[in-house]
Design a binder for this molecule. Sequence first.
Ligand code: NAI
Ligand code: MG
Length: 493
Amino acid sequence: MPTAIERFVRGSDLAMLVDGNPVHAVSGQTFESLNPATGALLARLPAADAADVDLAVRSARRAFDEGPWSSMKPYDRQRIMLRFADLVEARHEDLAVLDTLDMGAPIQRMRANLRRSVGMARFYAGLTTALRGETIANSIPGNFQTHTTREPVGVVGAIVPWNNPHIAFIWKVGAALAAGCTVVIKPAEEASLSALWLGEMLLEAGLPDGVVNVVTGFGETAGAALTVHPGVDKIAFTGSTATGQAIVRAAAGTLKRVTLELGGKSPNIVFNDADLDLAVPGAAMAAFTNSGQVCSAGTRLFVERGVYDDFVSAMTAYAQSLSVGNGLDEGTQLGPLVSQTQLERVTDYFEVGRQEGAAVHYGGARLTSGDYANGYFVPPTIFTQVDNEMRVAREEIFGPVVSVMAFDDHDAVLRQANASPFGLGGGVWTNDLSKATRTVDALRTGTVWVNCYGQMDPAVPFGGYRMSGYGREGGVQHIDEFLETKSVWIQTR
Ligand code: NAI
Ligand code: MG
């Protein structure tokens, strides 16, 4: 009897999940899932296209329109979701290993996700019993009462990226289920394995067939089919800004509701009075963690002139000390990039930066010696002599690359920090409360971290300003993204 992990990583042909059943693509097409640390084949997955998406949407539609999910009492939905949370908790070590094999992140990082992933599952389970409308006083002559009820938006098409696979699944599906929606989720083609397992766990927890369907395949086919399908009421997307724009255009035909959690180029500001023992590792990992494959990575690092030289040398020493390797090695702090495509994107930016006149202070070339040769490894990379107008300071690189810029003027640095089309995250390091609050108020970003960076919690909303997207995920407001408001007028005698 193979263990759970072995089932997913022995090079076998896996099925996706539609209407409670394991199914292959109608076309019979498959694609390969590779381990980015070694290039080894993990599994073959169904390459879904419009025909498969149609079956999955019909199944979600039936489950929504006919029940029992949408007609179940909140308490009963909650019980299923809590059982799911227990299953995730019991199997979290294996889920962590599976995601590490699939997309490369260090096992330590994946393990540390436990509190958040199980916490999210329980947080959304809690929200099922917290839905409420309001009674409203109106001024209509006569006897009219008015109140609102909240109803699930319907069938949700969830499209997620690969940078934190099992978290992305629970984040999207959890909120949709809490609202009473049904779901077709398309994980990223680079990392779909844990989604298939989590889909099974939902069934095991008692979720009725068809409530969550997992469709594997490419964005341009499976993903795009979801965005135009008339049976889908809402798209919840996390990924690149370009794909987010394509989704908004595609969704216009049916006027689907859309929420978008997109890219970033987040500013991180270190003042002279900052506690450098905190700020140096904090700012380094703000950019390097998960090999920089984090939407809110603090990749534009502004350091005040007085500490700039000391800061850059301390951060360089810190970068040097980071252990880059196979994510399954216990000591690994930075794993490989997720794919050959991502490797090419990131190494192209090394060249772009050089050509624009930035200096590669540390890193800046693919790692190819020994075991590195078979995987997609790059070192943490520090650019100095960067101007905020350069492409390396404007565009999302999604690799462990930070651009460090010196500043003198406090107003000017806040203007520069905001001089970006993105507005996802931001950081400030100072021991001066006034500077900290001024920065918090000035930054046009969905999250600001003060003397820390990157913390996330199920109860704290997360999302972007401007081209980093719209809508908030996490927090009690997340469920609003999956609810309609119905106003009810009642005339009484
Ligand atoms: P992507 O945005 O193309 O892919 C994310 C998800 O969208 C995947 O599931 C993909 O299959 C799907 N998708 C792609 N095209 C689609 C379409 N036309 N319609 C519907 N779904 C579609 O991102 P990708 O290609 O994986 O990475 C490219 C860059 O995007 C990265 O280098 C990074 O800069 C950024 N990115 C940002 C993320 C974030 O969390 N903000 C996550 C992943 C990527
Ligand atoms: Mg893509």
